[in-house]
Design a protein around this ligand. Structure first.
Ligand SMILES: Cc1cc2nc3c(=O)[nH]c(=O)nc-3n(C[C@H](O)[C@H](O)[C@H](O)COP(=O)(O)OP(=O)(O)OC[C@H]3O[C@@H](n4cnc5c(N)ncnc54)[C@H](O)[C@@H]3O)c2cc1C
Length: 304
């Protein structure tokens, strides 16, 4: 471990290398044991150098955005968590209605910047609490919009160590999936192509959508948003509610009474509480409807 920390320290300054870092502090579920090593990235060169070194040394690593779509186990993570977030979040606006954002920028910040510059297209994303990198991996979407519609170019580090610019078509975006997720790209930067619009109209749409979220979603509790993907022709929340599971609990983890698609950390839930709740809901919905819900949330570590 000491040797590894020294190697990381040759790339990243000491203040940004944390040892035994509780992952509950870095996930919106507020769940998760300690990561052996947690590193905060400040620029692209660091990110590329660090990943290249860890790959060469065969050290397990996980790239973390804002932690808004992951469930980390109570045992935490044996390896290096690489946080691509608030220190790597520059957003630049170009004359041609394009916005270039580092992968650690928050979607809400990109949406706000677009609005301030009279650019329309990002309104759907203003209430999604993820980074640009996480959003590209997941092809995040809401209210009829998705990243696929606005991503013009994605700069990524590929598994064989190449840094490449991918066009929208090359990213093979699908519902909550992408080539980047399937092949394990590390997202470095995204160029969004937007349209000229009216700032007040854009602002009005964003306010409206965020009010809808506050009305419908249990934002007062820690969660990872919709826990399951939407099954074709149906809604996970409806199937879960129809199975009579609103308010159903395992330990401190609960199916939200406000929106059954949200599994919430209602009262100091452990990773295993949440994991077992997800599995229970999956089983019960399968029995009641014949439909197998697929988790949207990404699992990190071992669960019982
Ligand atoms: C209250 C709430 C509401 C939500 N509403 C929505 C919604 O409306 N629509 C929606 O689609 N999602 C929603 N989500 C889920 C979540 O915000 C999105 O999936 C988001 O895109 C995840 O981004 P993140 O930065 O938090 O990624 P993380 O959770 O940190 O990571 C998710 C995945 O992306 C990978 N990743 C992150 N950054 C990078 C990078 N730079 N390079 C490579 N891989 C990376 C991680 O390894 C992981 O596999 C919601 C979540 C919450 C808590």
């Amino acid at each position: 471990m000491e040797g590894l920390i020294e190697k990381i320290n040759s790339i990243i300054e000491k203040e940004r290398i944390l040892v035994n870092e509780p992952m509950a502090e870095h996930t919106t579920f507020k769940i998760g044991g300690n990561a052996d090593i947690f590193v905060r990235i400040a620029n692209e060169q660091e990110l590329v150098k660090l990943i290249t070194m860890l790959r060469a040394e065969n050290v397990p690593y996980f790239v973390l955005g804002n932690g808004s779509n992951i469930l980390v186990s109570d045992e935490g993570y044996r390896g290096v968590i690489i946080e691509v977030g608030s220190l790597f979040n520059e957003i630049r606006v170009h004359d041609d209605n394009r916005i270039v954002a580092r992968s650690g920028a928050l979607l809400s910040a990109v949406s706000r910047k677009a609005m301030e510059c009279n650019l329309t297209g990002m309104e759907f994303a203003s209430g999604i609490p993820g980074t640009v990198g996480g959003a590209v991996i997941m092809n995040a979407g809401a209210y009829g919009g998705e990243i696929k519609q606005v991503a013009y170019q994605v700069r990524a580090l590929t598994p064989n160590g190449e840094i490449r610019n991918f066009s929208n078509a090359e990213m093979e975006f699908e519902y909550r999936n992408s080539r980047a997720k399937k092949e394990g790209f590390v997202i470095l930067q995204v160029t969004f192509q937007l349209l000229y619009g009216d700032r007040d109209v854009i602002d009005g749409i964003m306010r409206d959508l965020n009010m809808k979220r506050r009305d419908k979603q249990p934002l007062e509790y820690p969660s990872a948003g919709s826990t399951f993907k939407r099954p074709k022709g149906n809604y996970a929340g409806k199937l879960i509610a129809d199975a009579g599971l609103k308010g159903y609990r395992v330990g401190g983890a609960e199916v939200s009474k406000k929106h059954a698609g949200f599994l919430i950390n209602a009262d100091h839930a452990t990773g295993n509480d949440m994991y077992r709740l997800i599995m229970d809901v999956q089983d019960k919905v399968l029995k009641s409807s014949g439909i197998r819900l697929e988790p949207e949330v990404i699992f990190l570590g071992e669960f019982k």
